[in-house]
Write a protein that binds this ligand. Structure first.
Ligand code: SF4
Length: 347
């Protein structure tokens, strides 16, 4: 029995039942595969399940999702983080609807041209929804393959080799089941700490198991320390007690999300005089005690909050909202933390 046959036989008996999956041997709905794969980028299956079900209930197919207002999609995405993914999701839905009549292209190269779809997601859709012979390789699969073939070069340097090894095992038929089986083995058996080799269909073939070095693999290059950036948030209220919100620029971090106005986020804080000069209003700003901390993929952020009262709100561009209505806007987690911090001191 080949490794792939063993993997597929194991999948038939032991696969995870996930709402976006089809039965073994049956191609899955491409909209479901795409939606789940975008949601799963940097997020766990447990977190994604309720979001997937909500999206499917609200927007049962790609045409309906494309027609939805972007703000509704961003709002429904709240809590999944990395909002650029939600923006790309909406953009991609519009392209697939307009240019492909609502059907995803089956070819990996065409999938790769769509917003938000990188090599892993393109391979996942091509294999799982269209049965193409290709293999998506994520962190879980890298771990399984690194152990199976005892690859001792550190990741990320060994990524291409791990991809090659995973692809070389891919069967001609059922490439989608094979990929999902590897994902499941990585997520449930060949876990980072204390893998359960006695339950693994690859036990006996696994080089790391034979050498007794399972716990040492995969080797990862040491991570670089994340820098810390600092900034000041402007908590500006009007005479009705409403707070100024604004929309972030479409491009870049948290693109298009609603935020409390802020200074730039830099590694060193500029003098307060300069920061307040660029604030949304010329008022007597007062810094609240304490800081709000948040971590993004590439940096830590420390924010201080300055409060001020505006007497001519009509001169200021933005959205005035009662803090109790912030839930109506697509506020990213960092801004929710800032609001909680400010309200703690203002109440
Ligand atoms: S035998 Fe153990 S180390 Fe090897 S692939 Fe299976 S679970 Fe991972």
């Amino acid at each position: 029995m080949s490794k792939a046959d063993k993997i597929l036989a194991w999948y038939g008996q032991n696969r995870r039942y996930l709402p976006w999956r089809s039965a073994p041997g049956v191609r899955a709905n491409s909209y479901h595969v795409w939606l789940s794969e975008i949601m799963l980028q940097q997020t766990t299956v447990v977190t994604v399940k309720p979001y997937f079900e909500y999206f499917l209930a609200a927007w049962p197919n790609i045409n309906v999702l494309a027609a939805a207002p972007l703000d509704d999609v961003l709002h429904a995405w709240q809590g999944l983080g990395y909002y650029a993914r939600a923006r790309n999701l909406h953009k991609c839905a519009n392209i697939v609807t307009a240019e492909y009549d609502g059907y995803f292209p089956e070819d990996e190269k065409d999938l790769l041209k769509l917003p938000g779809i990188g090599p892993y997601t393109a391979a996942a859709i091509a294999a799982i929804a269209f049965g193409k012979k290709t293999t998506p390789v994520d962190g879980n699969i890298e771990r399984v393959v690194a152990r199976l073939f005892s690859v001792t070069e550190p990741i990320p340097k060994s990524k291409a080799k791990l991809q090659e090894l995973a692809c070389a095992m891919t069967p001609d038929d059922r490439a989608g089941d094979y990929a999902q089986a590897l994902m499941d083995i990585g997520a449930t058996i060949c876990i980072p700490k204390k893998p359960m080799c006695d339950l693994c269909p690859l036990s006996g073939e696994c080089k790391a198991e034979a050498k007794g070095i399972v716990g040492d693999l995969p080797v990862r290059a040491p991570k670089r320390n994340k820098p810390t950036r600092v900034g000041i948030i402007f908590w500006l209220s009007n005479n009705k007690g409403e707070i100024l919100l604004r929309r972030r620029p479409e491009k870049g971090l948290l693109g298009g999300m609603i935020e409390l106005p802020s200074s730039d986020w830099q590694e060193n804080r500029s003098p307060l005089k300069k920061i307040f000069k660029n604030a949304p209003a010329k008022v007597a700003w007062q810094l609240l005690p304490g800081k709000v901390r948040h971590t993004f993929t590439h940096f830590h952020l420390e924010l201080e909050v300055a409060t001020g009262k505006c007497l001519e709100p009509e001169l200021i561009k933005g959205i005035w909202s009662n803090a109790s209505n912030f839930g109506n806007y697509a506020l990213p987690t960092v801004m929710k933390k800032v609001a909680a911090h400010a309200l703690k001191y203002k109440n």
